[in-house]
Design a protein around this ligand. Sequence first.
Ligand code: C2E
Ligand code: MG
Ligand code: MG
Length: 587
Amino acid sequence: MNKYKGRGCSRRRDAATGWRALVHKMSYLSALQGMSLEQIRSVIEIMQQSSDAYMYILDLNMDIYMLAEKATKRFPFHSTVIENCTETLKKIIYPSDYEMVAADIEKCRSGEQDNHTLEYRWLDRMGRVVWISCRGTVVTGTEGHRLLIGSVSELGTKAKADNITGLRREARFRLNMESTLRDQPETVRYLMRVGIDNFKEINEKEGVEAGDEVLRELAECMIKTVDESVDIYRLVADEFMIVDTGKGEVKDPGAIYRQIQRTIAATAKNKEYSRFYTVSAGVIEGDFSGTTVEEIMRFTEFALNEAKRNGRNQMVAFDRAAYDVYLERLDIRKLLRQDVSHDFRGFEVYYQPIVSAEDYRLIGAEALLRWKNEKFGNVSPAVFIPVLEESGLIIPVGQYVLWEAARMCKKWKEYIPEFHINVNLSYVQLYKSDMMRDVERCIEEVGLDPESLVLELTESGYIETNDRIKELFKDLKSRKIDLALDDFGTGYSNMRYLKEIDAKTVKIDRTFVVQALKNEYDYNIISHIIDMVHSLGSVVCMEGIEEKEELSKMMATKPDMIQGYYFGKPTPAGQFEKEFLETTGSP
Ligand code: C2E
Ligand code: MG
Ligand code: MG
């Protein structure tokens, strides 16, 4: 005699098998109606043994809640049988979720629905937020008695919610976002990915518990800042995603971000600055139709990384054009790597003449790297050199340039004995490779006298601060290898560097020369700089002279050497030889 029969069970086929089994089992318990609460409780415990979820029976008419003992250990239920269920649940359900849950249960009670399937928050015994998934089905008895039978599972155990911050996790974000993007992409206003600056440092220096505390604190700051309609998820490690799906008031994400910053600062102040951290954010707004979750993850990650690259503690809006440049750089990096590993395929060293300002005779050349490939054609050094530097590939490529240039110089000295070759050096080579050994080996094996080699270094703040670099300069000097301070006038332009690196040559950059050609003030500065360089015992090479008029005007500032299109553009070795050396008649 079955007194209870399940209804509406088929609506969700994936409903927890736990309650299905429970209902099934109970339907054979003919004596159920006559069972004591204690007996029903035992049934729950038996069923519970085979599940991680917390089994429950809610008597909708009597307002009695019976649940597995395991649940009472984790959540503040005073007993496994709760008679005044509504009052108790009010304390356990996260306050702002309560109304939604109560309304759903009411529908089960009134007969409007037979299923209860909701995700919401409970508070555990420590008062911490725990995301749960509550599923149940109404079972009706002969006298219209309604029981809701089901289970509660913690989303955290399925990596869908995070018990440190009480927020839902990436898996849940992806699921929710997928359906929003599919069904109502127009409702999405913005997504903001927030990351803690230096989180790794906090974990390493203060321990994982301190890290967890910061995560919890930040989650609270964000919850305080956005309104209830805005969702917050915890992604990997120290990153969060704020999602505005247009349910509340329109708010500018920039203002939200600044408010989060202020709340963090205020919290730090309240805690007497025992710990201080900042956050960066990457935000994406606009039209989301046709956008996938994967794209959102990549775009927001890119914007957040930009914020961190730009110095942290700031928000950056996703910029499609910048992202495309970034993708192109990744592509370039891949191609560069392939070409380097194929014996420097696509690379070539060009040479640009350097003439004496005295009589415009050829005295040397600067080795300038070129790279071309099928996909991009000729790529500018301004694009590929930074990629080589970032990837460390500048170390093998720099060696390749050094060897090529040294060999050519050795050959060309047969035409012009005083010929010297200038090779550009990157700071990455200085920091991360044994430059001194490479240079020594090269000049020795090629048989080039060290005075013929000039290493060009861009002026920058590194020189001042790095002792290892200073040491290297001394070593180079002691081996009679000259240094040139490149791009003077574009950066720090500090005469102190000259002294620090004891550079024999200062190369004045074309941008500075162009300024000087346009206005008298810059012209006078260049003139004074050249005087100063001379008084320090160094010489000046003026770069970027393109026209005859430019030459005559700049000659009055008394440079020692000139390099520019007027005397010759960078060309391949063979052409350089033909154009500039064979004409000299020897060897
Ligand atoms: P840089 O060392 O200052 O080289 C001079 C740049 O000015 C060269 O650009 C040259 O082609 C250009 N230039 C010379 N005369 C004129 C002129 O009259 N007018 C104009 N408009 N430009 C002129 P390029 O070859 O594009 O190289 C750009 C930069 O790339 C170089 O600037 C250097 O910093 C870097 N680079 C090139 N080759 C290497 C290399 O082998 N290693 C490293 N680390 N950097 C390199
Ligand atoms: Mg240079
Ligand atoms: Mg230069």
